[in-house]
Design a binder for this molecule. Structure first.
Ligand SMILES: Nc1ncnc2c1ncn2[C@@H]1O[C@H](COP(=O)(O)OP(=O)(O)OP(=O)(O)O)[C@@H](O)[C@H]1O
Length: 608
């Protein structure tokens, strides 16, 4: 019921306290993100990684802090529905000129759902969809603050593009000198000229760049777009430290594919100092129109907003589709029960209630591994997951086979009821991970085998294409493992079925229950059999510690197919050598922070 009068004496104070709670959160989040520049300038790589990890926890801490304050000062949980209606209206009023209204609404939802009982809050008190617009917010009115537009514009002419590029980079005021900025600008210009092709420079020719730099690991990125007539091309310029401690632009990445790779769900979140995050999202979305907004918020470190938007998109999709959830294609997991909705590009994973004996793990340990991946640098090789508690799906959208599977393997996670009393039965899952759907690598390879790809005598175009598919994915599979290794991750279970192929044909890992830090593993050679009996037995006749890994034993599980074996051995034979793993482990233990290039090595200027 809409209140016609705001007559509660406490409602405004509660709304104000809620907004204070959010403002404090965003200020801390922003300060931590802004410090990334200094960490980059001073090459504090460990600090950067620590900050990336710790920032993820900020949100939950602030929600807890704020809900405690509301309980303590206002007994918020005991306030009636009419008061909560008024709190929400006051809150909306307070957001009218706010610069992060969408995030503040999400914060409101997080705090109120914590305070109020689920059946009580229902949809009346939370923001099911945004109430305050994020369009055209400008940073004009911060008293005393330096006006910082979301993006800056440069208008080069035919004669001064290079000079304008130099000025554009200098405007970021990085406190470390460039090795040779003129040279870098020339390199960028060469790529830009190729990008423009034969096109004439038109009246509106301009370069727009986001005012804040994007930081992640050892890299810093200038993000912008080139506009000429009706054509727009997004670009990213990675800036790195060179060996002698000066800066250089390492590449010029143009076009949606390169940007999608940079902003991939399989990478850590960026640190960006943003006053108006929705304007950043809008700008980035114009460069990558196919990327869902939730993933852009995630990439900017605003994961809770990403989660909210994902859920809204998902509910919208459910309203506008009619297909049924089903058990996901591929080999079923021993730990995870995985299902999907064919029309929707994500999978849903539920931890099973019990595991076969070879999986010596628990629900808590599995959740711990997923959390580890969330906080770790995912180096483009590990899919990000969103986890949700108490998710309700319409029962009539589930296949009976899937319901039977859930009842058999995850009964503790399942409730089938009409919880909200609206006459519709729901499937309510206590805890679900959601991640991007990929093609499981075993299926991808099988498809290529079926097309004759592994038969070298078959020269038909279809077989040649399939052969290329096999070669490319086996090579990238090895590089995926090596990238994870460089980031201190031992995947544990390296079978093909635990990797997927993305839209960009990249191999990405998604099975985290056996993941370990490389530095915690012990890489060993298989001991020689001590006598003939041991040699003939085919059994493991040596003591194996819990963290012992024998890389030589990977081959029989992976390399049954002769073509796969040949390609793998040509590129990645060292993955079967304990010395390779041991050396990597020692490097990491000695404090080395690996370089991650979220773009093809061929694009690097140093290779030109
Ligand atoms: N992101 C994804 N995209 C597509 N299919 C997926 C995805 N994640 C999982 N699957 C499918 O579900 C299966 C089981 O998933 P997953 O490997 O995560 O479970 P698990 O129980 O940990 O497996 P294992 O038994 O190897 O430990 C995979 O083999 C694959 O077929």
């Amino acid at each position: 019921m809409f209140p016609t009068r705001l007559d509660s004496s406490v409602a405004y104070d509660i709304a104000r306290a809620l907004l204070d709670g959010f403002n404090r959160h965003y200020q801390l989040f922003r300060t931590e993100s802004a410090r990334a520049k200094h960490r980059f300038e001073t090459r504090d790589w460990h600090g950067q990684q620590r900050a990336q990890r710790e920032r993820i926890e900020f949100y939950g801490l602030r929600v807890q802090e704020c809900s405690r304050r509301l309980e303590r000062e206002f007994k918020a949980g005991e306030q009636g529905a009419e008061v909560w209606q008024q709190i929400k209206l006051h809150y909306i009023g307070l957001l009218v000129n706010h610069h992060q209204p969408e995030l503040a609404e999400t914060f409101f939802n997080s705090v109120t759902t914590k305070i109020l009982h689920r059946s009580y809050f229902q949809n009346d008190f939370i923001f099911v969809r945004p109430a305050v617009s994020t369009e055209y917010i400008e940073n004009l009115d911060a008293p005393g603050a330096r006006y910082q537009p979301t993006y800056r514009c440069y208008y080069p002419t035919l004669d001064d593009v290079q000079a304008q590029l130099v000025r554009m980079v200098q405007d970021f005021d990085l406190r470390v000198p460039f090795e040779d900025l003129e040279r870098d600008a020339r390199n960028v210009l060469a790529v830009m000229t190729r990008q423009l092709g034969e096109a004439k420079l038109l009246a509106n020719f301009q370069v727009q760049v986001l005012s804040s730099l994007f930081f992640r690991n050892k890299g810093c990125y200038i993000i912008g777009k080139l506009i000429n007539g009706y054509t727009e091309a997004g670009f990213a310029l990675p800036v790195l430290h060179s060996k002698d401690g000066q800066l250089r632009i390492d590449a010029a990445l143009f076009g949606e594919d390169d940007l999608l790779r940079l902003f991939s769900f399989a990478r850590a979140y960026f640190m960006v100092d943003m006053e108006i995050p929705s304007a950043y999202v809008q700008f980035l979305r114009s460069m990558m129109p196919r990327k869902p907004r939730n993933e852009i918020y995630n990439a900017l470190g605003l994961a809770k907003q990403g989660k909210t938007l994902f859920y809204r998109d998902f509910l919208h999709h459910l309203q506008h589709s009619s297909d049924k959830f089903r058990i996901a294609a591929g080999i079923k997991g021993m730990v995870m029960l995985v299902f999907d909705l064919p029309s929707y590009p994500y999978v849903f994973k539920v931890i099973k209630d019990y595991f076969p004996h070879q999986k010596e793990t628990t629900r808590e340990q599995v959740m711990g591994k997923y959390q580890l991946v969330k906080q770790h640098d995912r180096v483009g090789r590990m899919a990000d997951t969103l986890d949700y508690g108490d998710v309700a799906f319409p029962r009539d959208r589930f296949s009976d086979e899937l319901i039977a599977e859930l009842q058999q393997f995850a009964p503790s996670q399942l409730e089938i009821s009409d919880r909200d009393g609206d006459g519709r039965t729901e499937v309510i899952l206590k805890h679900v991970y959601i991640e991007r759907r990929m093609i499981p690598l075993n299926m991808y390879l099988q498809e290529a085998f079926d097309a004759g790809g592994a038969d070298r005598s078959n020269q038909s175009p279809a077989a040649l294409r399939a052969r290329h598919q096999i070669e490319r994915s086996v090579i990238d599979y090895g590089y995926a493992i090596k990238d994870m290794v460089a980031a201190n991750i031992f995947p544990g279970d390296m079978l093909w079925k635990n990797f997927g192929i993305t839209r960009n044909n990249k191999v990405v890992f998604y099975d985290y229950d056996e993941i370990e830090y490389l530095t915690d593993c012990n890489f060993r050679k298989v001991p020689e059999p001590r006598n003939e009996e041991e040699e003939m037995s085919g059994e493991v006749c040596y003591a194996v510690g819990p963290r012992d890994v024998f890389p030589e034993t990977f081959a029989p599980f992976l390399l049954g197919n002769p073509l796969v074996r040949d390609v793998f051995m040509q590129y990645h034979a060292n993955l079967l050598d304990p010395a390779f793993w041991q050396t990597q482990k020692e490097r990491i233990a000695a404090g080395y922070v690996h370089d991650v290039y979220p773009y093809e090595k061929e694009k690097r200027f140093t290779r030109l």
